[in-house]
Design a protein around this ligand. Structure first.
Ligand code: PLP
Length: 392
């Protein structure tokens, strides 16, 4: 028996454990200080009531043989896929039901989709970015190159004809930077992918946070993307489903490589290795897309966006440069005074008892930057920013 040697190439993912260790140490040395956590990437507001009711009702149905549901349809129930299709229509994207695959979240699909691609493909990954793209490709032993996000490109790396990439990851709105690609910028990526025969894996997990209607919420609002892109989305941040688990992936019918339909390959992959999302969760997810559900989710997102405003207003006041926060729950700031990400982390923790996330944890290009998130309570965001003002 031989193991997958590629696992030896994975770097220890020490970011969150290191944060926890430093916070624990601070707590034991300063038992009276109230710590404010502004680093969490998880939602904090409870589920919309209409979603809870739908889930409860569906669970009740499972108690009677007349309404009991066993294994569901392969790609997800029609009622949910119809709701997703209609949701996409609201921002001008028309999808076929066959192109929508319901899943237990974007993370699994983003990782699992690699089953469809040869190990010899070259992968282009933004830096900094959600670490899952990198780690899942290291596990498969693929060659990885980076597209650096920096101050000059507003943390929105663009394609270059000098770089040849087969698999391209784009995350917009981006985690951790909060930067969002414009339509023109995505058009450039689609043009590159079509010209080079590459595929774009587009992660739109934070699309619901986009406030500016001119910014694209889906790669499929770009002409030609149906021939070169797969989109991953999730109800985790849209509707507070991080603990419920439901997402969806769109694989267009027009997506063909080497005479093979990627939609058919993904269907084969999913039906072989995945048995679907539970009926009650799919009913709850359907309720997210109801009129009332959308309104309640928007309200929750508006609450987080108020927090983002509190953060960015403080950054403006303190003359700390940042991106994000306008169309995303993340604010990505430059550590003042040339501090490294961890130096800034330690200063914030020791002098303000505020916890954030060091940017270097999201890739080498994140060094010297810091991520604050809007997923706290308003009171916490306000107090954290008041403390920041005092130390700067
Ligand atoms: N994609 C991005 C960019 C994320 O930041 C996250 C979660 O933080 C996910 C995907 C995971 O989403 P899910 O909870 O649906 O697995």
């Amino acid at each position: 028996m031989r193991i997958n040697e590629n696992y030896k190439n994975l770097k220890e993912s020490y970011l969150f454990s290191e944060i926890a260790a430093r916070v624990e140490k601070f707590k034991s040395e300063n038992p009276d200080k109230k710590i404010i956590r502004m680093g969490i990437g998880d939602v904090t507001l409870p589920l919309p009531q209409v979603v809870v009711e739908a889930g409860k009702k569906a669970f009740e149905e499972q108690a009677f043989s007349e309404t009991f549901h066993g294994y569901g349809p392969e790609q997800g129930y029609d009622f949910l896929r119809e709701a997703i299709r209609d949701y996409y229509k609201t921002f001008g994207v028309s999808l076929h039901m066959d192109e929508i695959f319901v899943s237990d979240g974007a993370k699994s699909d983003v990782g699992n989709v690699l089953d469809l691609f040869d190990k010899d493909n070259t992968v282009l990954i933004p830096n900094p970015v959600y670490p899952v793209y990198f780690d899942t490709n290291v596990m498969n032993g693929r060659k990885i190159i980076f597209a650096e996000g920096n101050k000059e490109n507003n943390f929105l790396p663009m394609p270059s004809d000098e770089v040849k990439a087969d698999i391209i990851y784009l995350c917009s709105p981006n985690n951790p930077t909060g930067a969002v690609y414009t339509k023109e910028q995505l058009e450039a990526w689609v043009k590159y992918a079509l010209k080079n025969g590459s595929i774009i894996l587009f992660d739109s997990a934070y699309e619901a946070f986009i406030q500016d209607e001119k910014l694209p919420r889906s790669i499929f609002s770009i002409e030609g993307a149906e021939k070169c892109a797969i989109e991953f989305c999730s109800l985790s941040k849209t509707a507070g489903f991080t603990g419920v688990r439901c997402g969806y992936t769109v694989v267009p019918e027009a997506l063909e490589f080497e005479g093979m339909s990627l939609r058919k390959m993904w269907l084969r992959r999913q039906t072989t290795k995945f048995n679907g999302v539970s009926y009650p969760v799919q009913r709850a997810a359907q309720a997210v897309f109801s009129k009332e559900g959308i309104e309640q989710c928007r309200k929750n997102i508006a609450y987080y966006m108020e927090n983002a405003k509190i953060i960015t207003a403080t950054m403006d006041k303190l003359n700390i440069s940042y991106v994000g926060g306008e169309n995303s729950p993340y604010v990505w700031l430059k550590c003042p005074g040339g501090m490294t990400s961890w130096e800034f982390f330690d200063k914030l923790l020791s002098e303000a008892a505020v916890v954030g996330t060091p940017g270097s944890g999201f890739g080498t290009a994140g060094e010297g930057y810091f991520r604050l998130t809007a997923f706290s309570s308003k009171e916490a965001a306000k107090e954290a920013m008041e403390r920041l003002e005092k130390i700067f």
